[in-house]
Each structure stands twice: as structure tokens, then as C-alpha cells.
Ligand binder design. Structure first.
Ligand code: DX5
Ligand code: ZN
Length: 216
């Protein structure tokens, strides 16, 4: 099975978002990854609801919204209304993770849970059966263009085992530092979705990079 490729708009040209989204529409990517940062959970601030709405007006792909914000439960319905198809929240940012997952599902979106590089996969044990996507952060969240952390390979294998043990149908998404050089190894470890920001957008031919990631 070919992986799902999710170009991360964080690395795109924000002054030309329509052009960037059109490129993704015309590519083999199935998802568009949209990083929301609040300057509290992560040091950086990226974009907010009006930008997600604007992207929605052009996007013909699944919008995968990654919330790197504290207590994201406050914004789930707003991001759904803005056009998110998948909403991922950070385990570390949710005092009531189970409630927030149910809230995402009630909104009609698919539910994702993201974990930071230092967070053990075992902490997903009690929610894995309820979620659609596990986002394993392979860099410390907050910035694009960082180097992939090799501890992720073990975490992918552990997540795949947990999914099997719990009868979950969650997809494993890898976010951060994905390149044409490590994509194959990431998939061999058991991942299904490759998020790629700089690898896609720093190349003069982003559609070709997406094609290569999908067929690596
Ligand atoms: C990092 C974000 C990632 C980021 C990935 O905090 O969650 O989605 O855009 O960018 P690259 O692929 O450049 O590491
Ligand atoms: Zn992300």
C-alpha cells in the first residue's frame, strides 16, 4: 500500500497560499497538513482559524489540522467549522484527553492524538481504540526543518503493536524531518502517513517530491 503523503503548509509560501494549495490539489498527496501553534504549548506562533478557512476554500484534499495548543478542547468545534477533516490534539496538552477525543468525533471530524518525542507510546494505551490517527512527532514540535529523531523508529514499531493488541484501526502518522532518504525506513517500521514540510516545499519541483515520497 502506498503511504498517504501530507505536505505541511508550514514550509510553504504564506504569501501565495492559494498557489501552494493548488499545487497540492494537483499532486499525489491525499492530505494537507496544517500546523496550528499558540506560542505557549510550543514557542512558535503559526496561523489561526481565518487562515484555515481560507485554505478550505481552495483545498480539495483532506485537511489534517495539527493543534499544538494548550487545552485544545476549547477550539475543536471552531476548527471543524473552519474546514478541518482530521483534528489532532496533543496528549501533553489535554488534561481530559478522552473528553476531547469524543468532542472531535461529535464534531464530525476524525480524531488524532499527537505525542512529543519524549512521550512514551504506552500512554496511548487507553485511547488508541478510539482514535483514527496517531501522530508520532519525530522532532520537538514548533518548527519545520528540524532533523528526524531516530528514537521514532522504535516508537513506530511499539505503536503498531499497540494498535494490533487493542484492535484499533488508527493510522500512524510521522511528523517532522521526513526526507526522501528516511521515508522508506519509516514506512518499513510501520507508518502509514508521511508529513513533509521542507522536503516538499524547498524543492523546485514539489509535485515530483510528493510523487517520490508516495512511491518510495
Ligand atoms: C512541527 C510541525 C511539522 C512541521 C514539519 O512542529 O508539526 O508538521 O511542519 O516540517 P518538516 O517536514 O520541515 O520537518
Ligand atoms: Zn505537524
Amino acid at each position: 500500500m502506498n503511504p498517504i503523503v501530507a505536505p505541511s503548509l508550514l514550509a510553504s509560501d504564506f504569501a501565495n497560499l492559494e498557489r501552494e494549495v493548488t499545487m497540492i490539489n494537483e499532486s499525489e498527496a491525499e492530505w494537507i497538513h496544517i500546523d496550528i501553534m499558540d506560542g505557549v504549548f510550543v514557542p512558535n506562533i503559526s496561523m489561526g482559524l481565518p487562515v484555515v478557512e481560507a485554505i478550505r476554500r481552495h483545498a480539495r484534499k483532506t485537511m489534517d489540522v495539527h493543534l499544538m495548543i494548550i487545552d485544545p478542547g476549547r477550539y475543536i468545534h471552531a476548527f471543524r467549522k473552519a474546514g478541518a477533516d482530521i483534528i489532532s490534539i496533543h496528549l501533553e496538552a489535554c488534561p481530559h484527553l478522552n473528553r476531547d477525543i469524543q468532542e472531535i468525533k461529535a464534531s464530525g471530524a476524525k480524531a488524532g492524538v499527537a505525542i512529543n518525542p519524549h512521550t512514551p507510546v504506552a500512554l496511548l494505551e487507553n485511547c488508541i481504540a478510539d482514535i483514527d490517527v496517531v501522530n508520532l512527532m519525530s522532532v520537538n514540535p514548533g518548527y519545520g526543518g528540524q532533523q528526524f529523531l531516530d528514537i521514532t523508529y522504535d516508537k513506530i514499531r511499539q505503536t503498531a503493536e499497540l494498535i494490533k493488541a487493542k484492535g484499533s484501526s488508527a493510522l500512524i502518522e510521522i511528523d517532522g524531518g521526513v526526507t526522501l532518504d528516511n521515508a522508506r525506513a519509516i514506512l518499513d517500521a510501520g507508518a502509514h502517513v508521511l508529513v513533509a514540510g521542507n522536503t516538499v516545499f524547498s524543492d523546485p519541483n514539489p509535485k515530483e517530491v510528493i510523487r517520490k515520497l508516495r512511491n518510495c
